[in-house]
Design a protein around this ligand. Structure first.
Ligand code: FAD
Length: 307
């Protein structure tokens, strides 16, 4: 059995592994895809002290850093169920989809999240070639250009406000007949001169020239008219879904499915900690996930020495 078993091998899980292993305790990481979302990222320019890198390089560095320590890395392993320890100081169990079971004194959940796709033609083809999901990450790449934001909830409207200060023009596309963001955000959005909002607008296609995105087609759901806008970027903001479906019967989740954690990364179950995009910690970024992973590992160590 492990002292610390980390489920998820993105930046949060990797940081937790390094911090746990440096305490000299038995550490394991089970991950469906080691590296996590970073594998799908092109430029990374906001990880402090690394002015510029790219996703695959960053993922390789995570792997190398962990391998400098005595950590059991179990890649391509999907956790299917968590069984909390029966009594304090006992072992929790993580059951894997392949039928195996791992036991540990403490568990750190760092299964991350996934951006919801619009599922229209062109989205996959132009991902990272104009189609983006993270305004904090990719906004600066579109400086002075024309972009659209798909989604008029809080994240879409925040993205549009954020981008309007960087890019030449923002078109916000909302499927419903009104924006679903907080009134204060909608008011701010409406005050911006370089933003246009289309309601009742269904995105039908993201167009491109074969190598990069060049436009967005949408249908007016009231008149039925088809429209096309020329632009250089599209930010899809229709939801970030935490990978926590497998935990809903054991751990307290928010109404968005995020693992509820306190300031130490403690979940609702003693001995079970969580970190990164899968949790209620705001702002889903690599540096934040890594910091929270380190914190969860230190909390797990603290739990072990007290039990
Ligand atoms: P993830 O990276 O999501 O890792 C989750 C891990 O858990 C993976 O190993 C996954 O396989 C595993 N997992 C999931 N479910 C299970 C399960 N049931 N069993 C076992 N393992 C499981 N952030 C920045 O700071 N800067 C950027 O420039 C940037 N650009 C981005 C670009 C794109 C296209 C995307 C998608 C995201 C970007 N982000 C960026 C966000 C950043 O990638 C995330 O905030 C960060 O990766 C979160 O780390 P995490 O460890 O919490 O989760």
């Amino acid at each position: 059995p492990y002292d610390v078993l980390i489920v998820g091998g993105g930046p949060a899980g990797a940081a937790a592994a390094v911090y746990a292993a440096r305490k000299g305790i038995r550490t394991g990481v089970a991950a469906e895809r080691f590296g996590g979302q970073v594998n799908d990222t092109m430029a990374i320019e906001n990880y402090i002290a690394i002015p510029e890198t790219d996703g695959p390089r960053f993922a390789t560095s995570l792997d190398q850093h962990i391998k400098a320590y005595d950590v059991d890395v179990m890649n391509l392993q999907r956790a299917a169920k968590l069984v909390p320890a029966a009594d304090p100081g006992g072992y929790a169990e993580v059951q894997l989809a392949n039928g195996g079971t791992l036991k540990a004194k403490t568990v750190i959940l760092s299964t991350g999240a996934r951006w919801r796709n619009v599922n229209v033609p062109g989205e996959q083809e132009y991902k990272n070639k104009g189609v983006a999901y993270c305004p904090h990450c990719d906004g600066p790449l579109f400086k002075g250009k024309r972009v659209a934001v798909i989604g008029g909830g809080n994240s879409g409207v925040e993205a549009a406000i954020d981008l309007a200060g960087l890019v030449a023009h923002v078109t916000l596309i909302e499927f419903a007949d009104k924006l679903r963001a907080d009134a204060v955000l909608v008011k701010k959005l409406n005050s911006l001169p370089n933003v246009v909002v289309h309601l009742n607008a269904q995105t039908t296609e993201l167009t491109g020239d074969g190598s990069k995105l060049n436009g967005l087609s949408w249908k007016d759901r009231v008149s039925g008219a088809d429209n096309h806008i020329e632009l250089e970027g599209v930010f899809v903001q229709i939801g970030l879904v935490p990978n926590t479906e497998w935990l809903k019967d054991t751990i307290e989740l928010s109404r968005h499915g995020e693992i509820i954690v306190d300031a130490r990364g403690q979940t609702s179950v003693p001995g079970v900690f969580a970190a990164g995009d899968a949790t209620t910690t705001p702002f889903k970024q690599i540096i934040i996930a890594a910091g929270e992973g380190a914190k969860a590992a230190l909390s797990a160590f603290d739990h072990i020495i007290r039990n």
